[in-house]
Design a binder for this molecule. Structure first.
Ligand code: 4NP
Length: 138
């Protein structure tokens, strides 16, 4: 799960997908395309939003996407088209490119500069997107 800062959208996507795949042998992780927030906990507003839906993301720490992630993961989901382009730029070959998907037809909006309602909106968008992912991997 990839976004820009790895403190709002992708940690929540990681938490939701972890919960939905807890009975499966699947490794879920998240990262950012930027180094802005490396080592930081998720945004407190996103921790609260996740908690509201019984998901604990408080222990996650932001990291930056690295080309080695193409070797470690089969599927790489970008939250928006800008994240998608940034990841594709790092792809070393067609096999890397094929792993990169947009999590949703429409961009998951960046809530960082928005109000708390925007965080909850992101929750519902990501819950729906993650449920669709489960259907495609089953
Ligand atoms: P995220 O949100 O990409 O969903 O983690 C953002 C967090 C921080 C910034 C931008 C987006 N920032 O510019 O610091």
């Amino acid at each position: 799960m990839i976004c820009l800062g790895n403190i709002c959208r992708s940690p929540l996507a990681e938490g939701i997908l972890r919960k939905l795949t807890s009975n499966k042998n699947i490794i879920v992780d998240s990262a950012g395309t930027s180094s802005y927030h490396i080592g930081e906990s998720p945004d407190s507003r996103m921790i609260l939003t996740a908690k509201k839906f019984s998901i604990d993301i408080s222990n996650l720490k932001a990291r930056k996407f690295s080309t080695s992630d193409f070797d470690k993961f089969d599927l790489i989901y970008a939250m928006d088209s800008s994240n998608y382009k940034d990841i594709i730029k790092l792809a070393r070959n067609n096999n890397d490119c094929k792993k990169v998907k947009l999590i949703s037809k429409n961009d998951i909006p960046d809530p960082f500069y928005e109000n708390i309602e925007s965080f909850e909106k992101v929750y519902f968008l990501l819950e729906s997107a993650c449920k669709k992912i489960i259907e495609t991997i089953e």
